[in-house]
Design a protein around this ligand. Sequence first.
Ligand code: IMP
Ligand code: MG
Length: 188
Amino acid sequence: MKEQVTYKGLNFVPYITHTDIKERIKEIAQQIEKEYEGDIPLFICVLSGACPFATDLFREVNLDAEIAYVKLKSYVGTGSTGKVKEMIGLDQEISGRRVIIIEDIVDTGNTMYKLIDDLQAKGPKDIKIATLLHKPEALQKPLNLDYVGFSIPNKFIIGYGLDLDGLARNLQDIYILKENNSSSSSRL
Ligand code: IMP
Ligand code: MG
């Protein structure tokens, strides 16, 4: 893990290590195995941010299961635009199926509300949500999250799928925006 990473002139410092992420994923996978024994759940990965989490979680779950990938986007820069686009890319029949939505982060919850609406209309048996990260302070309406990796304060983070305008998704660990971001802070 690096001491600091910089994207678009902003400095980020270590926040959650890859080792801690992997451990938490194992715990969530065990919970899912118990709750879905005898079912063939359909994991729905919300592209692009949830890709590393969805892949690692899916591989950790020792059950017959399927995975699908959908796209929805709501973010420009470091603030939510509040606008959520349509869900695209789901070609599986989900009627009567048990669906687990896999998200990287639930922030205001707008993305998740929209996605649940779109999916409910297709008649699944049930829908649960697994999110690696959650910012409870940012949530705008009550939302029941079934599996949460880490609850975090309302700060901007990057890495392990989370991006700053498309960058930083390939960092193995998660980094948080440094409080004092002045570039002259490195005088030692
Ligand atoms: P929401 O609709 O406000 O809940 O935002 C959810 C989406 O915003 C997530 O799927 C992420 O793509 C993005 N997002 C929210 N918080 C962060 C963050 O701290 N870093 C990077 N992306 C974020
Ligand atoms: Mg996302």
